[in-house]
Design a protein around this ligand. Structure first.
Ligand code: DGL
Length: 273
């Protein structure tokens, strides 16, 4: 049987948002191979119940283990991390399973000076209060203000990363968080789709607010974990394999633009989980 070190790392999200995490992983771990699954048949996760998202995550993790023999799993989705991380860690004990909430919360806690952090995320992730819990574990004195911004997921999936309508929707969601006195000095992009809108969000907020996300901290965490477990790859990486649960065409069009590499049908496989 092939060496486990040379097995791929599984990464999943409901759609293209997790590619923001995949990019950071590929940069930080150039020797590693990845399998990326976009659960496009069931996007959005943010409006689904906790039970449904846990079930999707379990199915995806089983699929990765059965068909791809992954050596680690990265839940590149805040909603699935909020709802399903603990369940997956308890059920799939043979591989390390990592989420994105603690790395995002850590980035924000290290950035804030006025101890007031804003979090934007999906409806489900905001409802779970996972960021509040993660930030309180790191520093109880920090105040957290959250806002669900579900429509931003659709804008990203649609490829509407700029333009008047996108700017107006961003303003509509962010205005209540940054109005008045003692407003947050740090904003966490608590959905992996949102870094694709980062320049428009920064443009709205101006220089006094730092915008952070989880991607680079997730990559560091994965590197440390593989190193500790002596699981770093010993061979050159293979091209990332992409899996989708609905037709590949839509994913190929948006993901190619974002990744800056042309994906063709041979690299994107349609699967059922
Ligand atoms: N990208 C996901 C997240 O980080 C999910 C977006 C959605 O499917 O609603 O929460």
């Amino acid at each position: 049987m092939a060496n486990l070190n040379d097995a791929p790392i599984g990464v999943f999200d409901s759609g293209i948002g997790g590619l923001t995490v995949l990019n950071a992983l590929r940069q930080a771990l150039p020797q590693e191979s990845f399998v990326y699954l976009a659960d496009t048949a069931r996007i959005p996760y943010g409006t689904k119940s906790r039970e449904a998202v846990i079930q999707y995550a379990q199915q995806i993790c089983s699929q990765f283990i059965r068909h791809h023999r992954i050596k680690a799993l990265v839940i590149a989705c805040n909603t699935a991390s909020a709802h399903a991380l603990t369940t997956l860690q308890q059920e799939f004990t043979d591989i390390p399973v990592l989420g994105v909430i603690v790395p995002g919360a850590t980035a924000a806690v290290h950035t804030t000076r006025n101890k007031h952090i804003a979090v934007i995320a999906t409806e489900g992730a905001v409802r779970s209060r996972a960021y509040e819990a993660a930030i309180a574990t790191l520093d109880k004195s920090i105040r957290v203000s959250s806002q669900a911004c579900q429509l931003l997921v659709s804008l990203v999936e649609e490829g509407w990363l700029e333009g008047d309508i996108t700017d107006r929707i961003i303003q509509r969601y962010l205005e209540p968080l940054f109005n008045g006195s003692n407003t947050p000095d740090t904003l966490v992009l608590g959905c992996t789709h949102f870094p694709l809108l980062k320049s428009r969000i920064e443009n709205y907020l101006g220089k006094n607010v730092s915008v952070v996300d989880s991607a680079s901290n997730v990559a560091k965490e994965v590197f440390n974990l593989l190193e500790q477990r002596q699981l770093l790859s010993t061979v050159h990486s293979k091209p990332t394999q992409f899996l989708v649960t609905d037709s590949p065409q839509r994913f190929i069009a948006t993901a190619s633009i974002f990744l800056g590499e042309s994906l063709d049908e041979s690299r994107v496989q349609h699967i059922s989980v």
